[in-house]
Design a protein around this ligand. Structure first.
Ligand SMILES: Nc1nc2c(c(=O)[nH]1)N[C@H]1C(S)=C(S)[C@@H](COP(=O)(O)O)O[C@H]1N2
Ligand SMILES: [Mo]
Length: 309
C-alpha cells in the first residue's frame, strides 16, 4: 500500500478534466467549461481545467516553495525548516480523529488515503498571506474525511494539532510556542470545498518543511491557519484554542481571514510580497479573502469582520 500517492498517481491523474468538470458542475449546477493549457514550471504540456477553486497564476518554483517556510517546530528562521525538517520521520503516521464523531479512532494515514476514490483526490493551486506563493497542492477535501467519520449534529468546530516530538523537531526543545501547534476552524469553514488536507505538492509526497505527511490548506485565510504535520482532528462544540490567537489575541484573531481592510496592529495588510520572479519582489494589492470572496464571503454574512478578524 503506497503511504502517499507518489507511485500510483501522476499529474494527469490528479488533474483529470472529468473531475473538474463534474466538481464544477456539481457546484454550479450546470455549465460547460473550456479546458485550457496550463504551462507552469514542471507541468509543461499538462492540460487542466480552469477552476474557480484554483488560480490561473503560474505556481512558484519548487525551490521557492521548499526553501522559504514557516514551521517553528524546526526553528523560527525562514530557512530553518529546509535545514532541519529532514529529521522528521513521517512513515508510519496516524491521525487521531475524535470528539463529536460517529467513528472515532486512530487512523493510519495510509488507510485514509487508500479509502479515497480517484475523484476525491484533487490537485489545486493557492496563494498565501503577507508573502505569497502559488503552490500546486495534491490532497483531498477535509470534508471528504469528515464525512467518512460522521460528524455529529452537536459539533460546531474542528480542532487540529501538530505532532510533538522534540527529538526530531528541535524547535520544540524551546518554549517558542505553547506546543503542540494548534488550530481550529468553524465547522462550515472546515466543510467548505476549498479547505484541503494536502499530502503533497508538484505531484510528489509533501516535503517535510511544508508539513509532511498531511497538512491543512485554507486558502482564504492567513498562512498560520494552515497547520502542518497533523496528528489530531477533534470535532468540538466550543471554539477551540489556536496557537497564534492564544499567543497574541490582539494581533491574531480566531478567523484570520485574508482582509486588506483590517490591518495587523503592527503592519498594513493591504498588500503582499510575491516570492519569486528574480531580484525584484513584486508587491501587489491583497484581495479580500485572498480572491475567494465569491466562494466564502457567505460564510461570514452579517459578521463584523473588523471585530471577528
Ligand atoms: N505546525 C505548524 N504549522 C504551521 C506553522 C508552524 O510554525 N507550525 N506555521 C504556519 C505559518 S505562519 C505559515 S505562513 C504556513 C507556511 O506554510 P509553507 O511553509 O508551506 O508556506 O504554515 C503554517 N503552519
Ligand atoms: Mo505565516
Amino acid at each position: 500500500m503506497p503511504a502517499r500517492w507518489k507511485n500510483d498517481l501522476n499529474w494527469s491523474d490528479v488533474t483529470p478534466k472529468a473531475v473538474y468538470l463534474s466538481r464544477r458542475q456539481w457546484m454550479a449546477g450546470a455549465g460547460a467549461l473550456a479546458a485550457g493549457a496550463f504551462a507552469g514550471p514542471g507541468m509543461a504540456g499538462i492540460t487542466t481545467v480552469p477552476s474557480r477553486y484554483s488560480t490561473d497564476e503560474a505556481p512558484n518554483a519548487l525551490e521557492e516553495i521548499t526553501g522559504y517556510n514557516n514551521f517553528y517546530e524546526f526553528g523560527t528562521g525562514k530557512e530553518d525548516p529546509a535545514d532541519n525538517a529532514h529529521r522528521l520521520t513521517t512513515d508510519p503516521w496516524s491521525v487521531t480523529i475524535d470528539g463529536l464523531v460517529d467513528k472515532p479512532g486512530s487512523y493510519d494515514l495510509a488507510d485514509i488515503l487508500a479509502g479515497l476514490t480517484l475523484e476525491e483526490r484533487i490537485y489545486r493551486l493557492r496563494c498565501v498571506e503577507a508573502w505569497s506563493m502559488v503552490v500546486p497542492w495534491v490532497g483531498f477535501e477535509l470534508a471528504t474525511l469528515l464525512d467518512r467519520v460522521g460528524v455529529q449534529p452537536s459539533a460546531r468546530y474542528v480542532y487540529f494539532e501538530t505532532l510533538v516530538r522534540p527529538e526530531e523537531m528541535p524547535g520544540q526543545r524551546y518554549p517558542i510556542l505553547d506546543w503542540p501547534y494548534r488550530e481550529g476552524l468553524r465547522l462550515d469553514e472546515a466543510m467548505h470545498p476549498l479547505t484541503l488536507l494536502a499530502t503533497g505538492l508538484y505531484g510528489e509526497e509533501m516535503p517535510n518543511q511544508n508539513g509532511a505527511p498531511i497538512r491543512l490548506v485554507v486558502p482564504w485565510k492567513y498562512g498560520f491557519k494552515s497547520i502542518k504535520s497533523i496528528v489530531r482532528i477533534s470535532l468540538v462544540e466550543d471554539q477551540p484554542e489556536a496557537t497564534w490567537n492564544m499567543q497574541n489575541p490582539r494581533e491574531y484573531g480566531f478567523y484570520s481571514n485574508v482582509n486588506p481592510e483590517v490591518d495587523h496592529p503592527r503592519w498594513s495588510q493591504a498588500s503582499e510580497r510575491k516570492i519569486g520572479g528574480g531580484l525584484f519582489a513584486r508587491r501587489v494589492p491583497t484581495q479580500m479573502f485572498n480572491g475567494y470572496g465569491d466562494e466564502v464571503a457567505g460564510l461570514y454574512a452579517g459578521m463584523d469582520l473588523a471585530k471577528f478578524y
